[in-house]
Ligand binder design. Structure first.
Ligand SMILES: *Cc1c(COP(=O)(O)O)cnc(C)c1O
Length: 803
């Protein structure tokens, strides 16, 4: 039984809920984005504005005093005071980080400066500091590389020869300064970094330096004698955790107050330790930050008071007055107890919710036993010290493939559940938890994916995840509803999901996602010359009674009149036929050869025949086929390409005669008129292949399908009875049994072990992949098929489905 232990009393819970009646039946689960403001906070803040005459703090002292009061209150909240920390108001946490990036002094001498170290799992706003820091030595550290310092008590030389100063305090005496940035709580996974690392690094420097990404590797200019400062990204942490600055003393902390209170937005703060104040040097000055500035002389003097020096221009003074109400309201709604502060109770509450959510989701499995959810966290949900109120995950299909997060976003939108999808401005954590290589990320970018779009899958790999995060007003019943939504939508069929999505009006930016659940014709390929390369149709293509026009209308025969195939001539796939409709020719291309050409139509062949072509017969799969020889020139060209003498190109003459004499309209294709390959099934297979990885469409090409379909899940095609593409009806004829032909890379002509090995392993000998289709009715003249047509599927009865 999955339990939820309530942190709040019934009365407290009711008082909290009465503040959020505007939620109605919405379920809000994006507290890592922002928490919600309680009604009484807005009222109280409005009341303060109504009752006071606030004006520009540079003019009136009352306003200035309120602002200073806000500073004291903030410091008090973090268990510290003005003797230890300064509060610099900023626009938000990002602006605070930028200020540190621009102003941190890495050393007097630019050529002998300290380095900038950042954790790979950092917010984009930390990554941006790379572009403004005044050092060209940048290093990235993994979370474990930071944790290594936890138990480092050595004073002095670490393994890379970088020293810390041995003790933390004023008067850092080393030659240069280094800055290390990491998050107190990761906004992607909710992981909380043990804050003991702060002092360990300040005292002893970094035990390992991570990976240098800019600057010369330990170059001449590398300062070997550095003080270490910590910039702790507390934007996510302070929203639902107690940051005790009496106990942990980062040099810089950044805050966005809307994440703590929901209101007001537009104000944040940079908290700077006494030690940090000594190494923050500002260049720019704006109104209010100087003692004097002379216009006709290059002279100015900045204010002595630290905060004032860094607050350029007029502060958002009305907004800042509301902060005091923010603290008051929180303490009223979540009263402190003897043991716990308000924020510590909130911390326990959101952690309980996250654990409850995680455990409920983890209990969900597909009918085949496969898990429904893949979670992204480090240490599970048992320890509130290591995990915050965040659950980040992706949903999986029963074959282990990913459901794109955009689809979950659609489902959530339909259910009035507000959650966040994507990478949450934390690309490093995203890459790490999703296990993506730099090459994967580059490929996703090249495929058109950019931050915060809804391109959720590229070649089956996710570009992001789904995040649910909790606040003090979140209830266990909210979690239940969100979990039920995931369960009901993903332990069912794609068709059912589509019905659910179409139940409500989706926002414009998500509308394309529901389309994705419908089967789509992705590509049409014909193989004009049997066993040679594909010709991919770019627009619509014409149907004949025997299949696609020109599909397998030619073949190559050897001196004995036998059709040759890729089985013996793997390089056949390198012969690329191009149908040039307007010119009436079939052009044959081969690497490093001048192209050859033959006429498309039989009549033209016959005319050419007068010179040197002859009537011939060939056997294709035990059927006798009659054809017309396309002539000496192209025959010689083929012999040159394949280095085999006496090859001839033969154009199929008329209907093919089977051995029993009955004519069958299937050109030279092996079994039926059309081969349909499902890209989703190939993706499933490609993801199972462990070695010899290649781009998905390269694997698709190995299956030499005519119709490349994409359905919501793999192997749906196996249960098709009929499929209609823009009104043309096809009927399922049977499964395609795969031979070693699929091991020929159609792009290089090379033989590989995969994917046959994986097919054999996964299907236990029954090697079938793709289905054969035939036309249900004779096509009318000039019937065209194109990828833009709507695809409709009629499935067989359950019992006859067999994979
Ligand atoms: C939200 C957040 C930020 C940025 O906050 P802004 O208010 O957008 O400036 C930075 N870091 C973390 C960890 C965050 O959660």
């Amino acid at each position: 039984m999955i339990k939820f232990q309530n942190e709040f009393t019934r009365a407290e819970a009711e008082a909290i809920q009465s503040e959020f009646r505007r939620m109605k039946d919405n379920i809000y689960l994006d507290h890592a984005g922002t928490t919600l403001y309680p009604e009484s906070l807005v009222d109280a803040a409005g009341q303060v504005l109504k009752e006071n005459l606030f004006c520009n703090p540079h003019t009136c002292k009352v306003t200035g005093d309120i602002i200073d009061q806000a500073r004291y209150r903030i410091l008090q909240h973090f268990n510290t005071d003005a003797t230890e920390y300064a509060v610099v108001f900023t626009a938000n946490a990002t602006a605070a980080l930028k200020l540190v990036g621009e102003c941190f002094s890495f050393g007097e001498d630019e050529n002998n400066s300290g380095a900038f170290y950042y954790c790979q799992e950092n917010h984009t706003s930390v990554l941006g500091m790379r572009e403004v820091v005044r050092t060209n030595r940048l290093y990235v550290l993994t979370k474990d590389e930071i944790l290594k310092n936890l138990y480092n008590t050595t004073n002095g030389i670490s393994e890379h020869g970088i020293n810390g100063q041995g003790s933390v305090g004023e008067g850092d005496t080393r030659k240069c300064n280094s800055l290390v940035v990491f998050s107190a709580q990761c906004n992607f996974s909710g992981y909380k970094m043990p804050l003991e690392t702060i002092e360990a690094i300040q005292k002893n420097g970094l035990l390992v330096l991570g990976t240098q990404i800019r600057g010369e590797e330990d170059g001449e200019d590398a300062c070997k004698d550095s003080n270490f400062y910590i910039c702790l990204d507390t934007a996510s942490y302070v929203a639902s955790n107690f940051l005790d600055l009496r106990r942990y003393k980062p040099d810089f902390c950044c805050i966005s107050f809307y994440k703590m209170f929901g209101f007001p937005s537009g104000v944040g703060a940079l908290l700077v330790s006494k030690r940090g104040q000594a190494v923050l040097n500002k260049r720019f000055y704006g109104g209010g930050t100087i003692n004097i500035a002379m216009t006709r002389l290059d002279f100015h003097e900045k204010r002595a008071q630290f905060s004032t020096r860094f607050e350029d221009g007029t502060l958002p003074f009305l907004t800042i007055t509301s902060l005091l109400e923010g603290f008051r309201t929180l303490e009223r709604l979540v009263p402190p107890t003897l043991q716990l502060k308000s924020v510590q109770r909130i911390s326990a509450h959101v952690h309980q919710l996250a654990k409850y959510c995680h455990d409920s989701l983890a209990a969900l499995h597909h009918t085949n036993g496969a898990p429904l959810i893949e979670f992204y966290n480090y240490d599970g949900y048992d320890d509130v010290a290591l995990q915050g109120g965040v659950v980040t995950f992706n949903v999986l299909h029963d074959d282990g493939s990913y459901v794109g997060f955009a689809e979950v976003a659609c489902i959530a939108a339909v259910h009035n559940v507000q959650l966040r999808t994507g990478c949450f401005c934390n690309p490093g954590a995203c890459q790490w938890f999703l296990g993506l290589s730099n090459a994967d990320i580059r490929k996703q970018f090249e495929a058109g994916h950019v931050c915060s779009d809804f391109t959720d899958l590229v070649d089956g790999l996710p570009t992001g995840a789904v995040r649910m995060s909790f606040g003090y007003m979140t209830r266990a019943s909210d979690v239940d509803k969100a979990v039920a939504m995931i369960r009901d939508c993903y332990l069912t069929t794609a068709a059912e999901r589509l019905r659910i999505m179409e139940r409500a009006e989706l926002p414009e930016r998500l509308r394309h996602v529901s389309q994705r659940l419908k089967p789509q014709l992705k590509r049409i390929c014909i193989y004009p010359i049997k066993s040679c390369g594909a010709f991919e149709v770019t627009s619509a293509w014409q149907l004949t009674s025997s299949g696609f026009k020109y599909d397998r209308a030619w073949m190559i025969v050897d001196v004995n009149g036998m059709a040759i195939t890729q089985k013996h001539f793997t390089r056949l796939c390198l012969i690329r036929p191009v149908v040039k409709l307007e010119e009436g020719i079939l052009e044959l291309r081969f690497p490093e050869m001048k192209p050859a050409q033959v006429p498309l139509e039989i009549d033209d062949v016959s005319r050419a025949k007068r010179i040197d072509s002859s009537f011939c017969q060939s056997k294709v799969c035990n059927d006798l086929v009659e054809g017309l020889d396309c002539g000496e020139a192209v025959g010689q060209w083929l012999s040159d390409c394949l280095e085999a003498s006496g090859l001839r190109l033969v154009r199929q003459n008329a209907e093919r005669r089977t051995q029993d004499g009955v004519s069958k309209d299937i050109s030279l294709a092996n079994q039926a008129q059309f081969l349909l390959v499902n890209r989703a099934s190939v993706r499933w297979l490609a993801n199972k292949v462990e070695t010899e990885k290649e781009p998905l469409d390269q694997t698709v090409d190995r299956f030499r399908g005519n119709l490349i379909l994409e359905t919501a899940s793999a192997f749906e095609e196996n249960s098709f009875e009929e499929i209609s593409i823009g009104g043309v009806n096809f009927k399922m004829e049977g499964f395609c049994t795969r031979c070693q032909m699929v091991c020929i890379d159609q792009h290089s002509g090379q033989k590989t072990n995969e994917p046959l090995r994986t097919i054999a392993r996964e299907f236990g000998g029954k090697i079938r992949f793709g289905i054969y289709l035939s036309l249900k009715e004779q096509p009318a003249e000039n019937t065209l098929v194109s990828c833009s047509e709507e695809v409709r599927i009629k499935k067989q009865e359950e019992h006859s489905v067999e994979q």
